[in-house]
Design a protein around this ligand. Structure first.
Ligand SMILES: [Fe+2]
Ligand SMILES: [Fe+2]
Length: 345
């Protein structure tokens, strides 16, 4: 049987080897189609030819950015790491005085206002749905930040990278119940579920079951998408593994820094609410909010340390940009949560 010449179209992103493998697989597919005499051979060949391109342009490729990892490790910390003074000024200037804090206050005021409402339970439902989604969404965010630092392998200082990653993994491990020198504990998802059930008397599935219909966590989904996009792309501004790792570390610090007032105020607000609404009728399981109210300050310090050991002084503006980006999107999330309560009043 006569062999038919394969398509000469080569996806632009294929390497020479990839193009060769692609041509061979396309040729085989074409021959099979001709032998079997089935219709639609062209369509099938095209579907196969699309595969290598699909892989080559995957998000993972842009996340890792290995191409830029040729910079010698010794160049990373030739200059001074970010100074304590610079980093503290950024925390105070961008985060303490940012929009995120204002939005948190607004949301906690809205929570307080529920104490005078008979419909507090139904008014809280969309908030519970948002919280269930949002609180878990930080886990992939932490993982993405870690990955960005891990992927400076070959272009960042060996010791600094290692120390930085050991810091980053601690709060993430805690999410899954792992703490240094302690027995395996409940995960934070389990603790949140216990908290929800103790307040409402229902299993968390009551909320989760409606998360694709009436209780879609739109604000949390938007924040999650924005966070992952920014961390994956250095805020869409900064290129190369080192700059993107500095961005991710600034972002991670912003998340942990804002989580401290976030969880402390949540505990206060919910305790005030439970006094007013439940009047001792239900025993609230506070562990979820208590471990966070206690732990987030330490997480913020760990996030601070992770920046301090890894980020060069010249990347201070990158850290600033990451903090500003998170502050903006975090504020949008909490303003929307406040609105959810205010608009039903
Ligand atoms: Fe947590
Ligand atoms: Fe944390």
């Amino acid at each position: 049987m006569k062999t038919i010449e394969v398509s000469r179209i080569r996806p632009a992103c294929l390497s020479k080897d990839g193009a060769r493998a692609h041509a061979i697989s396309s040729a085989r597919a074409t021959r099979v189609e001709r032998k079997s005499g089935r219709a639609g051979a062209g369509t099938r060949t095209q579907a196969i030819s699309n595969r290598p391109e699909k892989f080559a342009s995957s998000d993972f490729a842009s996340l890792v950015d290995l191409a830029a990892a040729d910079i010698p490790e010794t160049h990373h910390l030739q200059e001074q790491v970010i100074s304590e003074d610079t980093l503290c000024k950024l925390e105070i200037g961008v985060l303490d005085s940012g929009e995120g804090m204002k939005a948190l206050r607004r949301f906690n005021d809205a929570l307080d206002s529920l104490a005078w409402r008979e419909d507090w339970e139904s008014a809280l439902e969309p908030v519970w749905a948002e919280m269930a989604y949002n609180l878990e969404s930080f886990n992939p965010v932490f993982t993405a930040c870690m990955l960005k630092v891990q992927c400076t392998l070959g272009s960042s200082d060996y010791v600094a990278r290692d120390a930085c990653l050991q810091s980053l993994i601690q709060p993430l491990a805690g999410e899954y119940g792992l703490h240094e020198n302690e027995k395996l504990d409940k995960t934070h998802r389990e603790l949140f579920s216990d908290f929800y059930t103790s307040v409402t008397g229902r299993p968390l599935s009551h909320i989760l079951g409606k998360s694709s219909t009436t209780l879609k966590p739109r604000a949390g989904q938007l924040l999650f998408a924005q966070m992952m996009k920014d961390i994956g792309s250095g805020g869409g501004v900064f290129d190369g593994p080192l700059q993107q790792a500095s961005y991710a570390l600034g972002y991670n610090l912003a998340v942990e820094y804002l989580a401290n007032p976030e969880k402390t105020w949540l505990l206060d607000s919910f305790q005030r609410l439970s006094n007013a609404m439940l009047e001792g009728k239900a025993k609230v399981d506070w562990k979820f909010l208590e471990v966070h109210a206690l732990g987030e300050k330490e997480h913020a310090e760990i996030g601070h340390r992770a920046v301090s050991v890894f980020v060069p002084q010249a990347h201070a503006r990158i850290v600033q940009r990451a903090m500003e980006d998170h502050d903006r999107d975090f504020a949008a999330y909490y303003n929307q949560l406040a609105r959810l309560i205010e608009e039903t009043a």
